[in-house]
Design a protein around this ligand. Structure first.
Ligand code: ADP
Ligand code: MG
Length: 612
């Protein structure tokens, strides 16, 4: 991200090219049905058994890899322990069908339930912690489960469980080849369809927002912890389904396919294939399986001794991929596919539910002696002011005065050292920012926070998160389309308001800084706020854009919206605000009308650094 310019520094915008988002809407329409058809009729074609067996492996691997796309590529969480979840599914299948003589389908339900429980426990402990705790925990989990499987008498120790029956469906024995192929690929394709649907939905956008840090998502009302947990559980379930199928494919289970090294191989597959793309999972699984077999035969022959040399080759390839194609091989395929814009199918959708607006003049926000200390630095020093409904208040002061920190205290991004914030009489100091967002306070950020690989429209629709209700299951089954239309209609309406409707299909990351700021305002408006906090909205805007922004803010004022505005452009602030709070070195220097502030020698001194 480019450094955020102030009114006094020249605007420098870096436009980084970001590739299309994995909405897969164009692919699904044509390529997906064709691919699905080919995979499902493959067993009926006169292809060699070896092909079918390879294809079975690819489908099984792809299921696990798909979970890692959600978890690692989309949500930004790394797990080395997916092989252990595969083991849970496989051992449940083997133990229940062999030892307990239970139905394989019951074993599927139990296997999934066990994986969900394990993922919930593991996730609840680690997902609240920062960054690397999850990868470490998944390694520990992978090792622990591996040795558990290898040492439990009832699981057959390292010999495992032999004699797993074949799967039967409607009285048909599916065997381990062509019949099972249909089942494996039905699961894999169904999972791909459900995951594509999910990524293109309200909860899916919340998951896609995780990678860019929690602050913005939480400010839009999203519980980032909850969605991290969701991604982790979904990945575990996909792995467990793969393991369940694996047991009936191999007809025997032992600990070695579920070791930590296999977990690393799954990660390798998705990184190679394309870690943030649903089809990257399939491509990666295919490429790894097919080359692995070749390498296992060729490498010992070339080198002259036997050994697992393919691991070395994969290690080298992994480094090369990370360096030269970090988005994976799928991007090379994707570039050749046509990209179609989302169909604008939301015309006439019913408006989203709206909040009951406070009456003009009603006391809204009371900031009471709020204080924030960073170690020895008092960034905000017992600052007080209040805002009534319909007020446009400016918050000005030199750089480092504590304006953004004050915003963060009001919106719950930072915790208060002391003091209190009241919203319509209720104390909200100390609430998490998503709870504060729920009450009708929305904001933009001085340093733009958005999802670069989402379209402008999707970024803005994130703001409507709290006004929708579709959950994971509805989204996966595509039963959320009516609500999606309402969300997109609202997002477009807010974009049109700031003059950006014609850019809704562009990727957020491809916008210059000015339009990115406007997009953030549209996103904040999409939350249907009662109070809007704008942190330097005009910074980086061209003159024309600034005028347009001022017009929008005046219109909002006319509609009775309350605004708190941090801005360095004095002309902009003076022309717009009813009242101005001036800060310097964390303290409130004065408060008054624009005319009073302009006339104040104190304020002039603060800005010029001289005392007259
Ligand atoms: P403004 O928005 O008025 O330019 P800020 O609120 O961003 O100022 O910063 C006020 C002071 O607090 C600055 O000295 C800044 O360096 C410091 N500060 C802000 N955030 C942090 C933080 N997370 N940790 C430590 N110091 C911080
Ligand atoms: Mg600031």
């Amino acid at each position: 991200m480019a450094p955020v310019p102030t009114a006094t520094t020249p605007v420098e915008t870096t436009i980084t090219e970001v590739r299309p988002a994995p909405t897969a809407s164009s692919l699904r329409r044509f390529a997906f049905p064709l691919f699905a058809l080919v995979m499902l009729v493959l067993p009926a074609l006169p292809v060699p058994d070896f092909w079918i067996s390879q294809s079975n492996y690819i489908g099984l691997y792809a299921l696990v890899a798909l979970g890692l796309v959600l978890l690692t590529g989309v949500a930004g969480l790394i797990s080395f322990g997916q092989a252990a979840f595969v083991g849970v599914g496989a051992y449940t299948a083997a133990y229940m069908t062999v030892t307990l003589a239970a139905s394989p389908w019951l074993a599927l339900v139990v296997g999934i339930a066990l994986a969900v429980i394990a993922a919930l426990v593991l996730g609840a402990i680690t997902l609240r912690m920062s960054g690397h705790y999850l990868p470490l925990a998944t390694i520990a989990w992978g090792l622990a489960l591996y040795y558990t499987m290898g040492n439990m008498e009832f699981l057959g120790k390292y010999d495992g469980i032999l004699g797993v029956p074949t799967l039967t469906l409607f009285g048909q024995d599916l065997g381990t080849g062509r019949g099972l192929h249909v089942v494996i690929w039905a699961f894999a394709l169904l999972a791909a369809w459900a995951c594509s649907n999910l990524l293109d939905s309200r909860p899916g956008r919340a998951i896609r927002a995780l990678k860019s840090g929690a602050t913005m998502a939480e400010a839009m009302g999203i519980s980032t912890f909850r969605y991290k947990l969701v991604a982790f559980v979904l990945a575990a379930v996909l792995a467990a389904i793969s393991g369940w199928l694996f047991a009936f494919f191999q007809r025997t289970v032992n600990p070695s396919p579920f070791a930590i090294s296999k977990g690393i191989e799954y990660l390798f597959m998705v990184v190679l294939g394309g870690v943030s793309h649903v089809w990257g999972a399939f491509l990666g699984a295919g490429v790894v399986k097919l080359t692995e077999d070749q390498l296992q035969v060729l490498l010992p022959r070339w080198i002259g001794t036997s050994g697992n040399f393919e691991g070395i080759v994969f290690g080298i390839v992994l480094i090369a991929v990370l360096k030269y194609a970090p988005e994976g091989l799928w991007t090379f395929v994707q570039r050749r596919l046509p990209r179609s814009d989302r169909r604008r199918d939301w015309e006439g959708a019913a408006p989203l539910p709206a909040r009951e607006k406070p009456a003009r003049g009603e006391p809204l926000l009371q900031v009471e002696a709020v204080r924030k200390q960073f170690g020895g630095l008092v960034a905000v020093n017992d600052v007080s002011f209040s805002i009534a409904a319909g007020d446009i208040v400016g918050l000005i002061g030199p750089n480092g005065a504590g304006k953004s920190t004050t915003f963060n205290l009001i919106t719950g991004v930072l915790s208060l050292t002391s003091g209190q914030v009241r919203w319509r009489g209720e104390s909200i100091g100390g609430l998490p920012s998503r709870q504060i967002a729920r009450r009708g306070i929305s904001r933009t950020f001085q340093h733009v926070k958005m999802i670069p690989e989402m379209t402008v429209l999707e970024n803005v629709a994130l703001g409507g998160y709290l006004r929708g209700s579709s959950g994971i299951a509805r989204a996966m089954l595509r039963a959320d389309r009516a609500e999606e239309k309402r969300l997109f209609a609202e997002a477009e309406r807010q974009l049109a308001r700031i003059g950006m409707a014609d850019r809704m299909h562009e990727l957020g990351g491809n916008l210059a800084l000015g339009p990115q700021r406007l997009m953030e305002i549209a996103r904040a408006l999409c939350t249907d706020p009662a109070l809007l906090l704008l942190d330097e909205p005009a910074a980086g805007l061209r003159h024309k854009e600034k005028q347009a922004l001022a017009a929008v803010l005046r219109q909002l004022k006319g509609e009775g919206m309350s605004l708190l505005l941090v801005e360095h452009d004095m002309e902009f602030v003076m022309g717009l605000t009813d009242r101005i709070v001036v800060m310097e070195f964390g303290t409130r220097l004065m408060e008054g009308t624009p005319a009073q502030v302009q006339a104040s020698p104190q304020v002039r001194a603060a800005y010029l650094g001289t005392e007259h």
